[in-house]
Design a protein around this ligand. Structure first.
Ligand SMILES: C[S@@+](CC[C@H](N)C(=O)[O-])C[C@H]1O[C@@H](n2cnc3c(N)ncnc32)[C@H](O)[C@@H]1O
Length: 207
């Protein structure tokens, strides 16, 4: 039987009802450090990390309706007050609606690798999106990345190298939500660990 997913207006954000530029203090009800997860899937990272860091405001961005609804249901059931989830394309939201220097950290865990060469242009991690991540990060803000896809990882490493004047590579800090043997604690990581796939991580800090 299909799981019944409930809507929780306290968790989900309706982009059409928000001002063009997002005001995080308004959305969360108070000023706080802001962490954004791009492609939050079913919300495992958000659920566990947000409960460990109640002083941080977490925004999850997810464009697949199925995962978005699952994540909203999960966060709502657990009554986690410091998470909001929006269903939209992260590239568009960040480019148009996230204000300059407003985000403390981005978490990008297992972004779709688009393995075929002709699909590489669909990858989230590209120069145009990195420009917007840079603009929207506060000084010393961080980007945490994990992927199981070796070739995408290579491309991300080259992208980071080409942006060395704007980002410093730093150690990848395992989020507290990650359990023993995990690097991020997301659903996809758990699936890939069972398949013994190697996982690659990278972290960058805005200069
Ligand atoms: C491979 S899954 C990883 C999900 C989760 N981060 C995890 O590790 O379990 C990639 C997720 O990113 C979402 N996604 C891909 N491109 C996106 C975009 N441009 N904006 C928002 N979500 C996106 C997909 O719908 C999918 O849920």
């Amino acid at each position: 039987m299909a799981k019944e997913l409930r809507a929780y207006p306290s968790v989900s954000l309706d982009g059409e009802k928000l001002p063009e530029k997002l005001d995080f203090a308004e959305i969360f009800g108070h000023p706080a450090p802001v962490h954004v997860e791009i492609g939050c899937g079913k919300g495992a990272f958000l659920l566990h990390q947000a409960r460990i860091e109640p002083e941080v405001s977490f925004l999850g961005i997810e464009w697949a309706n199925k995962y978005y609804r699952w994540a909203v249901d999960r966060l709502g059931r657990w009554d986690v007050g410091n998470v909001r989830i929006i269903r939209t394309d992260a590239a568009d939201l960040i480019a148009r609606r996230i204000p300059d220097e407003s985000v403390d950290a981005y978490h990008i865990y297992f972004p779709d690798p688009w393995p075929k060469k002709r699909h590489h242009k669909r990858r989230f991690l590209c120069q145009a999106n990195l420009d917007h991540l840079h603009r929207t990060l506060r000084p010393a803000g961080r980007i945490y990345i994990a992927t199981d896809h070796a070739e995408y990882f290579q491309a991300i490493t080259e992208l980071a190298r080409a942006n060395a004047h704007r980002f410093t590579p730093i150690d990848f800090e395992r989020p507290a939500a990650a359990e023993t043997g995990e690097l991020t604690g997301t659903n996809f990581e758990r699936k890939y660990l069972k398949e013994n796939r190697p996982i690659h991580t990278l972290a960058l800090q805005k200069k």
